[in-house]
Design a protein around this ligand. Structure first.
Ligand code: PHE
Length: 427
């Protein structure tokens, strides 16, 4: 069941004219048809359009001579930036926390006078955690909303899908938190403000060897998820290079709810821990299964665990487990503390690492637009590439020649249903 995000999202304008391609009646998604059948008003329909992503947003070149003003053209009255993320679905926390932080950054920048003398407006589209929807959302943000730059996605698989569209259209995109190396390899318009998985996998492999003294570890990965596959590879490479042994490697697919077969197989190999590079919903369920089947070893994982729902789903089955992450609210720098305070004041809850990185992606973009002195996409791209020693919430950001950021990771330990800061590991 899709739940609406528990915070208000401004309704989006429904595009006035149908785009080229199939007849517009064929483009109404089942969800939208249902809304129509329920007789919902145009107001709620436009909100739903924003939340559900309009169907059939095939990539199309803006029509020549259409006269539409890109949000970044010097004549535009405001600077429009796009955010695409999973506001609903299995990874709703990723998109929601990121979007809240992006909106906080935009509000603060606007309160301080905006950018280049204009106000910034952010348009967010929900991709529901689906690759095809992510590509559609990026097309629509570029073609219909005329954004000058894009923020998103969290999930590497979705950043790859959306990034290919952004690259083709030469609109700069910053992923706040996608860690798979392939994401920025899509092309020279794609950036990120977080560390990469070869580093993140090594951080946990070293922790398992040096601190936990583990020799035998099993891996349980999501084979439908680029991030999970890549992080499993990184962990395996680093752990075996340090003399450790992977005693079993099992798989699942996003959305699975029954993990008993995999845990039974893993249990028979007698591991000291299980590395689970997945997203929080499945990881929580895996922890429960592990507990139910009496396998009393810790789980280890990565940033994909970072959501309050991890603890709601996994409960005390997670106690004693560890994961690597971008940010620990309980070990924040002064800049990060200010962010945490402001976020709490606006939303009544603590941000996760997603929020910290979403905020950072936005302020890195503002800084680049300021230095470029204009919103021309190529000029913004070039300024982004020159980002050096930028003090951000999640650390200091310098963009390297691969358009990546090299940053420290933190290790968090789960105790009493809470993630607590344990250590910082520099690259
Ligand atoms: N790094 C994950 C990916 O690339 C996404 C993620 C980042 C999830 C941070 C949670 C927190 O898919």
């Amino acid at each position: 069941m899709r739940r609406p995000p528990p915070y208000p999202i401004p309704s989006l304008p429904v595009p006035a004219t149908p785009r080229t391609g199939a007849a517009s009646s064929e483009r109404i998604s089942p969800a939208r048809r249902q809304l129509l059948a329920l007789g919902l008003s145009l107001g709620s329909l436009s909100l739903a359009g924003g939340l559900l992503t309009l169907p059939g947003c095939k990539e199309s070149k803006p029509e020549a001579g259409s006269g539409a003003q890109p949000g970044g053209s010097e004549a535009a009255a405001e600077i429009v930036i796009g955010h695409f993320g999973s506001l609903t679905g299995n990874t709703a926390h990723f998109g929601q926390d990121t979007d809240k932080a992006v909106r906080l950054a935009v509000d603060q920048q606007n309160a301080a006078g905006g950018l280049l003398g204009k106000k910034i407006r952010v348009v967010t589209l929900d991709d529901r955690g689906d690759s095809a929807e992510a590509a559609n959302a990026v097309s629509r943000l570029i073609d219909v909303e005329k954004v000058v730059a894009l923020l998103g996605e969290v999930s590497s698989s979705l950043s790859l899908a959306g990034g290919r569209v952004a690259q083709r259209r030469k609109i700069p995109m910053i992923s706040p938190s996608s860690t798979n190396p392939k994401v920025t390899q899509v092309g020279d318009y794609i950036f990120r403000v977080c560390f990469l998985d070869p580093f993140q996998g090594k951080v946990m492999a070293d922790f398992a060897r040096d601190h936990l003294k583990f020799e035998r570890v099993a891996i349980l990965k999501d084979v439908k998820n680029d991030y999970s596959i890549g992080l499993a590879d990184a962990f395996r490479t680093a752990f075996t290079a340090r003399g450790g042994q992977i005693v079993s490697e099992q798989s699942f697919s996003a959305g699975d709810t029954d993990f008993s077969a995999q845990i039974t197989t893993i249990k028979a190999t007698n591991p000291q821990g299980i590395y689970v590079p997945g997203y929080y919903a499945e990881v929580g369920a895996i922890a429960r299964t592990k507990q139910r089947l009496g396998l009393e070893v810790p789980l280890m994982g990565g940033d994909g665990w970072d959501a309050p729902d991890l603890f709601k789903i996994g409960g005390d089955a997670l106690d004693g487990s560890f994961f690597s992450n971008h940010f620990a609210p309980d070990a924040a720098t002064a800049k990060a503390q200010t962010f945490v305070t402001d976020f709490k004041a606006k939303y009544g809850q603590e941000p996760t690492g997603l929020g910290a990185l979403g905020y950072d992606a936005a302020i890195v973009l503002f800084d680049a637009i300021k230095r470029a002195g204009k919103t021309d996409p190529e000029a913004v791209r070039n300024a982004l590439a020159e980002t050096k020693s930028f003090e951000a919430v999640s650390g200091t950001i310098s963009i390297n020649k691969d358009r990546d950021a090299e940053k420290s990771a933190v290790i968090l330990a789960i105790e009493g249903g809470k993630a607590k800061y344990r250590a910082t590991v520099a690259p």
